[in-house]
Design a protein. Structure first.
Length: 108
């Protein structure tokens, strides 16, 4: 049963990353991001720490959908933890941008 869950986490992680990349970009890149592979989408993220965690989450997520695992010492809880870390980092970025945009200047 847990093996099926890994594929679901992989899909959700891809949606999280691609939606963030599309939201973060000033250009109209939606169509190209939707079509590209997850690794390329991760490469568009400017935050080095987020990229490092996202790459590792993608590696573990790919392990969940392949017969032979490359990272046998890490399992579904490791993947879930990395996705949680990435989601927290993305959430902080979105919340910070919201405040920067909505508090444009100091009131007298």
């Amino acid at each position: 049963m847990l093996e099926v869950a890994g594929a679901g986490y992989r899909k959700c992680f891809e949606v999280l990353i691609k939606d963030f990349v599309i939201w973060k970009s000033a250009d109209d890149i939606r169509a190209s991001v939707i079509k590209e592979n997850l690794e390329n989408s991760i490469g568009r993220i400017p935050d080095e720490d987020l990229v490092a965690c996202a790459k590792r989450a993608a590696w573990l997520a790919n392990d969940q959908v392949h017969y032979a695992k490359l990272h046998e010492e890490h399992n579904l809880p490791s993947l879930k933890d990395l996705i949680d870390i990435c989601a927290d980092m993305i959430s902080k970025s979105v919340r910070a941008k919201n405040y920067v945009q909505n508090i444009a200047h100091r009131k007298p």
